[in-house]
Each structure stands twice: as C-alpha cells, then as structure tokens.
Design a protein around this ligand. Structure first.
Ligand code: ADP
Ligand code: MG
Ligand code: ZN
Length: 639
C-alpha cells in the first residue's frame, strides 16, 4: 500500500482515476464469480442428462442368453420397451447388475415370464421430462451462452434490452475535482478553453448577445500531453455534468448498436444540459469512411453517420458542448471536421522547457522534495517528455528514494530516474542526442532566417525543436499575412530559398548534411518542377507548359498516370532547367547565410536553450529590440 501511494503521488487527479479503476475491477470480479456460478449449473445439468440417458453399468446380453436366464430365476424387475428389455440380473456371489437386451419378436415371452413368476412391466415414457430435456434445456443453454457473450463484450452487466444504451460514464457537476491548476504547460489550449467554460457557466450571457459558441472542440496532440486531463478540467472548472466515453465504446459487433448508443448519449446529455460530452480517442470511431474498399465497416460507418447527424441536429443553445480528443487527426473523416461539427481544433503539443517545469511543479505537489532539487535543471534534461512522462518521472524518483529509505526525494533520485526513463524512451527512439539536437537547431534556424531575410516570404510564427512535436524533429512555422491566389516567379524562388535554408545551414556549420532535409528537397524539387513544366517560368524553354491539368478538381487524389507527351530531349532539358533553378536558389541561400554566420549561431543557440522561439523574439534577435509585426492563426510549416 505504501508503494502504491508513492506510485501515485498524492494528486487528486490520479486518485480519481485510480478509484474509478478500482471500482471497475470490483465490478469485474463480481461478474466473474457470477459467470462461474453459471458454469457450475451448466455442468450439473450435463451430468444429470448424462446419467439419465446412459444408466450406469448396464450389461448388454444377447436375447438368447436372456431366454436361457428366464428359468434360472436370476433375473427380475423387467421393463419391456418397444425395442429393448431391461431388468436386474443376479450375478454369482449375490451381486446385482442392470442388464439390457434387444427385444425380438417373441409371442411366447409373456407366457414364459408368467410361468417363472418374474415381475415385468411395460415401459412408460415420462413425456414431461423428455420435453424438458429435448426442448427447454437447449434453450436454457443458448440463453446462457448469449448472456456470457454479452458480458464478455461489455463491462456492464447488460441484458438484451439495454444493449443500445450509452456506455458513457456520467460524472455529476461536483464529482470532478480536476481544475486547470492540475494541467500545466499548455497555456494556449487553456486560454482557448476558457471561453467555453465561461459559456457553460453562464450560457444566457452569451445567448442574449447572440453569440455563437463552437459545437465541437477537438483536442489534438501526441499521446500523454494531457488531452483527457484538459477535458476533465474543463468540466471541473465549469461545474457541469460530464459525459465521458471512449470512441471504442460505440463500436460493437452488431450493426446498429453503436448508432443507438450515440442516440442515447445525446438524448441523455440534452436532459442534463448545460453539460459536456467528451469522446476520447475519437479516431476509433471517426476513421475516414471508405478508405479501404475491400473491408466494409457498416457498423462503424453507421455509428459515425449517427454522430454526424446528432451533431447537426442540436444547436449549442441547448448548452451541450462536445469535446473530443485524438492523437491521429489525419485519419479522421473530413465530414467530422467540417464547420458545425468539430470545427475548433486545439493543439495540445509537447511542452517546451518552461512548460515541463510547470508540469513538474504540479506533480511534485504531494511528494516530499529535498531542498537541492532544481526543477529547471530537470526540465532542461528532459526534452521531448510529455506530461505523462513527467508524472512517471516524479513517481520513479519517489520510488527510488523510498527504496533507499530516504525521507525526501533528492536531486540524485531525479537524475537516476531521468536516466531510467530516458533509457526506456530511447528504445522507442524518441529522444534526440545532443548532436542531433544541434543539427536540428541550425537546420530550423536556416529556414527561419531565410524566411525573414527575403521580402516576399511569410513571416515566421514559431520555430521549435521540441522532438516529436507536431513535426518529426523540429519545425519553422510561417504564417501568411494575406490570402494568396497567385504567386509570382520571385515569390516561388524565395520560397525555394527558404526550403533550402535548412540544409544549407547544416552544410555551413557542420560541413556535412543529414537526412533531415529530405522533405524540404522533395518540396523544393516539386516547386521547381512546376515552375518549368506548368507555369512556363523557364527562360530556356519559354512559355510552354508540359503538364496537362489532369488533377481532379475537388478530390485530393493522385491523378491517373499517363505517358508524357514530349520528346526525350525536351525531358532532358526540363531536368536541366529544374536543376538550374534549384542551383541558383542554393547559391543565393548559401551566400545570405554565410554572410550572417554570427546571427545564425546566435539564433541557433537561443533555440537550443529555449527549444522554441516565437516570431517576435526571432525578429528581435535579428534587429536589436525592434518588435516585428504580429502574426495570427493557422499557417504552414517546414520540417
Ligand atoms: P492524453 O489524453 O493526451 O493521452 P492524459 O490526459 O491521459 O493524456 O495524461 C495522462 C497523465 O499525464 C495525466 O493523468 C497527468 O497525470 C499527466 N499529464 C499529462 N499532461 C499533463 C499536463 N499538461 N499537466 C499535468 N499533468 C499532465
Ligand atoms: Mg487520452
Ligand atoms: Zn527543413
């Protein structure tokens, strides 16, 4: 028990989850002993049937022998059936046994039996017992098996009648004690959710003004970053009922059940409004329909359709807000993400160094910490850790301290715990080495500086080298200042330079290049190719386009392949032109970055230190303290 407590540092959140788990386990045990009872009953039933049909120790004797036995007086108590004769046979030594013989057409038999004074009777079949055995029992067994199956499939003891009932857990308004204080390092997400809480607390204030509240909020981000926790915190803060379900709770073997559950969930929620419906792991249910034409998923599709219909069917005025969480937004059905459904996406990304420190702060709350522990140092040593990893880290450190019989957790324990956890994570290839981190930092700085230097490119919104954040290694996010429908040749060339910036920076600083630029080069080549083949931007080849527009207009699928309609020679020339364009951009990029080598170092070092820099800070680094223009939401990124 002592260990258990340490394992879950006395945090309210943890304890709530733990209690729930414990409760579920208890329920499991109950149902298990219940099913065991069924098995015993079934077994006894089978034994009874067996003993009824196969009577014990029946000796089969031929009819001739039976005839010979009649005068001997050794047989008694005959039961004469239509086909058999049964009775008791006296063996040598006074023992008795049952015997059975096949009946033969023998009119003399009765007379003979009469003469020898043997008791005999005809056979009376017990119709009731037979009916029970042949009719009622099989049904009973089938129902038993059905019940067992149902129990297997769902945790709750469900009968056929409430099969379509929602499986969600309902928490009352005061049941959830998690608040925003328990969630740290995700300030942007919290900020966005505050509006929702405000609304749930006081819907009329918003409705009177005529404001529209988003219906569906989708929390996206890597596993363990606190999406589920955030959803609970929203419910805890708003003090409204909270319907919690997992996407897989809807998915069932039988067609139509999931849809019925969705209906039931929404009906229940509307009764309790204002409230929150939370669907965790939405991807289990919201996978894009018809991706795989070979396997049909009627059930899941129906469930998804029902969810879409329900989301359209009610409006936020009723005070029901749907939240969902997923770590695989890319596989979700586009219909789910459309306006009016889950149109508000909140990114819950891996925390940066400051965020990690805050999360540690939350998790060391119920743990006795020695004075020498510096959370800043721990945060600096754990790049790429998510909230769940950090919670685990604190727990590991506490366990280590307990094992050494210390009465508080020291820095030494934390260091050891980090080594352990990192070793575990390294196996999963999630933690970068120092050298790798440096390469990524220079790579991203290269992109960012080029984006800032060139006139036509979008300003940088954020640079990050948090490992496995929303991108594989790091990213530089640019935000367009205006919508673009046309791009000039100069803009395309500038964009090429930004794409190449990453690789060029690596080359300048380390004298070698890594595989990290693969995607950049792919996209750069794509742009150059389009410039030559589609837009007629090559001087050598002139205003000619070599690519027919075969792409489907609204669907994002690859056009069907068809052969090229130009000669080999032209093909070679096209290739040369593409190469020339890229080479030109490369030279320009190298020149610009070389002449700004000091700045490159300064920004990269800052990035290494802080792990993420926003656009303003970057511009401040570039030109003293002058603050650049502010950027807004949604943009594109370079890996
Ligand atoms: P997700 O749903 O994103 O996979 P969870 O919300 O289930 O992650 O987080 C798992 C656990 O990790 C939480 O119960 C909490 O203890 C810890 N945790 C994760 N993120 C945070 C955070 N931002 N602040 C505090 N604790 C966190
Ligand atoms: Mg979760
Ligand atoms: Zn790159």
């Amino acid at each position: 028990m002592a260990q258990k407590k340490l394992k879950n540092p006395k945090k309210k959140t943890k304890n709530v989850f733990l209690e729930l788990k414990e409760k579920n386990k208890l329920k499991d045990k109950k149902t298990k002993s219940f099913t065991f009872l069924y098995f015993v009953i079934a077994f006894i039933a089978i034994v009874i049937i067996n003993s009824y049909i196969f009577k014990t120790e029946v000796k089969n004797i031929p009819y001739s022998e039976f005839k010979e036995l009649i005068p001997s007086g050794k047989i008694s108590d005959l039961i004469i059936d239509t086909e058999t004769i049964q009775g008791t046979l006296l063996l040598e030594g006074g023992k008795k046994t049952k015997f059975l013989t096949s009946r033969v057409e023998d009119p003399e038999l009765v007379k003979q039996l009469q003469e020898n004074k043997i008791k005999y009777t005809g056979y009376y079949e017990n119709k009731i017992i037979k009916a029970i055995v042949s009719w009622v029992l099989p049904f009973a067994i089938i129902i038993l098996i059905w019940n067992l199956l149902l129990r297997r499939m769902g945790g709750a003891p469900s009968s056929v009648l409430n099969f379509g009932k929602s499986r969600g857990k309902i928490y009352g308004e005061d049941e959830i004690k998690i608040t925003f204080d328990d969630v740290a390092g995700v300030d942007e997400a919290k900020e966005e959710l505050k509006e929702i809480i405000e609304y749930l607390r006081n819907p009329n204030k918003f409705l009177n003004i005529g404001g529209r509240i988003p219906k569906g909020i989708l929390l996206v981000g890597p596993p363990g970053t606190g999406k589920t926790l955030l959803a609970k915190a929203v419910a805890g803060e708003a003090k409204v009922p909270f319907f919690s379900m997992s996407g897989s709770d809807f998915v069932e073997m039988f067609v139509g059940v999931g849809a019925a559950r969705v209906r039931d969930l929404f009906a229940q929620a509307q009764e309790k409004a204002p409230c929150i419906i939370f669907i965790d792991e939405l991807d289990a249910l919201g996978k894009a329909r018809g991706i795989n034409p070979l396997s049909s998923h009627d059930e899941r599709e129906q469930t998804l359709n029902q969810l879409l219909a329900e989301m359209d069917g009610f409006d936020t005025k009723t005070g029901v807000i749907i939240m969902a969480a997923t770590n695989r937004p890319e596989i979700l059905d586009p219909a789910l993400l459309r306006p009016g459904r889950f149109d508000r996406h909140i990114l819950v990304d891996r925390p940066d160094i400051k965020g990690r420190e805050e999360i540690l702060q939350v998790h060391i709350k119920g743990v006795k910490i020695a004075k020498d522990v510096d959370l800043k140092v721990i945060a600096a040593r754990t790049p790429g850790f998510v909230g769940a990893d950090l919670a685990n880290l604190v727990n590991e450190a506490a366990l280590l301290a307990a094992r050494k019989n210390k009465n508080s957790v020291t820095m030494e324990d934390f260091e050891e715990a980090i080594d352990r956890v990192v070793a575990g994570l390294e196996k999963k290839k999630r933690v970068m080495s120092k050298k790798e981190k440096e390469i990524v930092a220079y790579h991203e700085t290269g992109h960012a500086l080029m984006a800032e230097f060139l006139e036509t490119t979008d300003p940088v919104h954020k640079i990050s080298i948090i490992p496995r954040g929303i991108a594989a290694l790091g990213y530089t996010m640019q935000l367009p200042t205006e919508d673009r429908y046309l791009m000039t040749k100069k803009e395309l060339l500038d964009r090429l330079c930004v794409l190449l910036g990453g690789r060029v920076a690596e080359e300048i600083v380390f004298g070698e290049i890594s595989t990290g630029a693969h995607n950049d080069l792919y996209r750069a080549t794509d742009i150059a190719k389009s410039m030559v083949k589609e837009y007629g931007m090559s001087e050598k080849l002139g205003y000619v386009t070599f690519e027919k527009d075969r792409k489907p207009l609204f669907l994002d699928i690859a056009p069907s392949f068809s052969g090229k309609d130009y000669s080999e020679e032209t093909a070679r020339e096209i290739d040369n032109e593409i190469k020339a364009i890229i080479d030109g951009a490369y030279r320009k990029t190298k020149e610009m970055l070389m002449s700004n080598r000091e700045l490159l170092d300064k920004v990269a070092q800052t990035l290494l230190e802080k792990e993420s820099i926003d656009g303003e800070e970057l511009r401040r680094l570039i030109k003293g303290d002058k603050v650049g223009e502010d950027a807004d939401q949604s943009g594109k990124k370079q890996d």
